[in-house]
Design a binder for this molecule. Structure first.
Ligand SMILES: Nc1ncnc2c1ncn2[C@@H]1O[C@H](COP(=O)(O)OP(=O)(O)OP(=O)(O)O)[C@@H](O)[C@H]1O
Length: 226
């Protein structure tokens, strides 16, 4: 498994302190991040692929400082955004997935095979030539995930990736995560998704207030809302 290390991480947006001293090392296969709105979860997740860098402290991914090795980090860490429209860039579904492979050294046939495999895995094969903008919200979320996974990143970070998925697709999504060889970090308000995760961090007001297996961590989180 990969290693993601937060070392004394603080983050300020202007006057507002959003992260207040995060010290965790993540080496587990599937890690969940939960917490109230505005607690700093997305900011934390974005730090793993260098979309955001700490005001103070360091984030190291496989030993690389995200503030210094941006390009290398982006190749290793795939990021799935909450709103799939932020990352769908091509007119059709198959083209969008193929676009992710534009920098790969694979030949044309190999690329086509990879795109086909991913379309199959995500139940999108029948939509291969459909315009992306006509997909449902849930299908777009699956496409966004597929377009990241086709690049085979070492680490997958997903920020509320299942908000638009129906029950079947949420299950498919959870099964997909479980079957991945790579490390996965998911920010979510859908606590069911984390039931068999290896580790769950609870964030409150920019701090890690619980760090445990899902049962105790989610009990702690529920306690915060009482
Ligand atoms: N680019 C930005 N500029 C200024 N403030 C920001 C920016 N991004 C986030 N914030 C603020 O930082 C705080 C933490 O935001 P963040 O998105 O990390 O929270 P979150 O825990 O993911 O919330 P939610 O569950 O609502 O998505 C919020 O108060 C937010 O308004």
């Amino acid at each position: 498994m990969s290693e993601i290390r937060f070392d004394g991480v603080h983050h300020d947006f202007g006057e507002r302190r959003v992260l207040r001293g995060i010290d965790v090392t993540l080496t587990e296969h599937r890690v969940g991040i939960v917490g109230c709105n505005g607690s700093g979860k997305s900011t934390l997740a974005r730090m793993i692929n260098g979309l955001q860098t700490p005001t103070r402290g360091r984030v190291l991914v496989e030993g690389l400082d995200t503030a210094k090795k941006a390009a290398a980090i982006r190749r290793r860490v795939g990021f799935v955004f909450t709103d799939p429209d932020n990352q769908i860039v091509m007119p059709t579904v198959a083209e969008d997935i193929a676009f992710s492979l534009r920098r790969s050294k694979l030949g044309k046939d190999e690329r086509r095979r990879k795109v086909d495999d991913v379309l199959d895995a995500f139940g999108l094969h029948d939509h291969a030539d459909h315009p992306c903008h006509l997909l449902s919200g849930g299908q777009k979320q699956l496409l966004a995930l597929a377009a990241v996974l086709v690049t085979e990143p070492d680490i997958l970070v997903a920020d509320e990736p299942t908000t638009l998925l129906d029950l079947r697709n949420a299950r498919r999504f959870a099964d997909t995560l479980a079957a991945l060889r790579q490390q996965v970090v998911v920010v979510t308000h859908q606590l069911d998704l984390l039931a068999d995760f290896d580790r769950v961090l609870v964030i409150d007001d920019g701090r890690v207030v619980a760090d445990d297996t899902p049962g105790p961590a989610l009990r702690h989180y529920r306690g915060l809302a009482e």
